[in-house]
Design a protein around this ligand. Structure first.
Ligand SMILES: Cc1cc2nc3c(=O)[nH]c(=O)nc-3n(C[C@H](O)[C@H](O)[C@H](O)COP(=O)(O)OP(=O)(O)OC[C@H]3O[C@@H](n4cnc5c(N)ncnc54)[C@H](O)[C@@H]3O)c2cc1C
Length: 433
């Protein structure tokens, strides 16, 4: 179990300078004090794990460290861009988690010492743990697109972390003239939410169709295929004239030179391999990697993602630290909120077993990605995954899941949109309620 005992704790806390606090001590469950889990990041993975740990074993002391007082879900943030939702509709606080007995700390984690089993924060506090869960989401590979960095992203938003950037992009769309050009630069694989850029194009088109019908969206893409491509393009044909001269959406794939090479922020020009486009609104979604703390804690591989045991999500690099959600390499599972939520439950269950000196169970996983293409028009792809211990793999179970059929009726597509909204209500309640 823990390699840190109460005597060590007293030594450290007694020797600390004023202003820095060591919170908690690692123990085993047989002792007087509770076992401690520290969760880094209060997004989908972290918040779900914290809540489920408390529900599965109220004897465990759970501290969740998250800098922001409110979390904005990326899911349905594209409906903020279309004007179908407000930013408040995708905003969630942490009172629900506190109600489950989770100790909420608003701070930024700056370091994780896996040897000492200690998490350090920007405010100078330290938290001891028996097990640590890290779910920091993504960070961006600045420099991959010349002229596009964190500073430029304030003016030309990526809006790939929902919140202020979502609001900026919405305001830019509202201010754009009728007849304007919106350019979306899609990222290289792997990235958060594979259907996300294409749902975004659909929902911006939905807004433009009614309010600025002479406008155009150009998706510049380094890839030649994308999630649910056949279903998206079918929907775009039906709703936005895709494939005609008057189409609201144009998609330029990798083979046609869609890879973006540079951005000239001052001129609002975006340069792909074959053309330079003067845009009215630009949405550049850069290549991605694990959240920053995963790098400073030494949890990443050469590609910038975190290798884990896909049954427990324990890091292959640091024992006692579990990495969930987008930052982890969950083999065949996509980087989605649905995945992060279900991984968090498997991880919480494994940690409860481990802290109670039992073998973790064998997990199975599930993911469904809904996308809204237009008014009363939704599509989805779902899959159930099995775990292979020998290969440390999570692979789709043949014949399970499925996608919206291409010949689905309009009634079915309408229902898919309803299911998407129902899923949003359910998962946000499951995470934060
Ligand atoms: C436009 C868009 C649409 C999407 N739609 C869907 C969808 O329909 N369905 C779906 O399943 N998924 C969707 N996703 C994907 C989904 O949002 C992510 O996969 C999910 O949020 C991943 O959860 P996470 O816990 O890994 O990261 P996050 O939810 O991003 O949480 C990370 C948290 O960690 C915190 N954090 C980071 N660093 C630190 C630190 N050092 N200290 C403390 N806290 C820290 C952050 O503040 C943040 O709150 C969408 C994404 C986008 C961009």
């Amino acid at each position: 179990m823990s390699n840190f005992n109460r005597r060590d704790f007293l030594k450290i806390s007694g020797g600390l300078a004023v202003g820095a606090t060591v919170v908690g001590c690692a123990t085993n469950l047989g002792g007087a004090a509770k076992a401690r889990v520290v969760v880094v990041g209060g997004g989908v993975g972290g918040a779900t794990a914290a809540k489920y740990l408390r529900m599965m074993d109220p004897a465990i002391h759970v501290t969740l460290i998250e800098p922001n007082k409110h979390y904005h879900t990326c899911f349905m943030s594209n409906e903020v861009l279309s004007g179908d939702r407000s930013i408040k509709d995708i905003e969630f606080g942490y009172a629900g988690l506190a109600g489950h007995g989770v100790n909420i700390v608003h701070d930024t984690v700056t370091g994780i010492d896996a040897e000492k089993r200690m998490v350090k924060t920007a405010d100078g506090d330290s938290f001891m743990y028996d097990r640590c869960i890290v779910s920091p989401g993504i960070s961006f590979t600045w420099g991959a697109i010349e002229g596009y960095d964190a500073k430029v992203a304030e003016k030309i938003p990526h809006a790939w972390k929902a919140g202020p950037q979502t609001v900026t992009l919405r305001k830019q769309l509202e201010a754009m003239r009728n007849g304007g050009t919106v350019v979306i630069a899609a990222p290289t694989n792997p990235f958060r939410c594979p259907p996300g850029p294409y749902e975004r194009a659909s929902l911006i088109a939905k807004y433009l169709k009614t309010h600025k019908p002479k406008s155009k969206i150009i998706i510049l893409d380094p890839k030649d295929k994308f999630a649910k491509k056949g279903l998206f393009t079918q929907g775009w044909k039906r709703l936005y004239g895709y494939g005609t001269d008057n189409s609201l959406i144009e998609w330029v794939g990798g083979a046609a030179g869609g890879k973006v090479e540079s951005v000239e922020a001052n001129n609002m020009v975006i340069n792909s391999q074959v053309e330079s486009i003067k845009a009215d609104v630009m949405n550049v979604i850069p290549p991605q990697k694990a959240g920053k703390i995963a790098f400073s804690a030494g949890l990443v591989n050469k590609k910038g993602w975190c290798p884990v045991d896909v049954a427990t999500f324990e890091s292959h690099i640091h024992k006692g630290v579990h990495v969930l959600g987008d930052a982890s390499i969950a083999t065949k599972m996509p980087k989605s909120g649905y995945s992060a939520n279900i991984q968090a439950k498997a991880c919480a269950s494994a940690i409860v077993a481990m802290l109670n000196e039992k073998e973790p169970g064998v997990p199975s996983y599930q993911n469904t990605c809904y996308s809204i293409v237009g008014e009363n028009y939704g599509i989805s792809v779902g899959m159930i995954y099995k775990y292979s211990k020998a290969k440390n793999l999570v692979t789709p179970i043949k014949g399970s899941g499925g996608v919206t059929p291409k010949d689905a009726s309009m009634e079915t597509l309408k229902r898919e949109a309803h299911y998407a909204h129902g899923w949003f209500d359910n998962i946000t309640h499951d995470i934060f309620g």
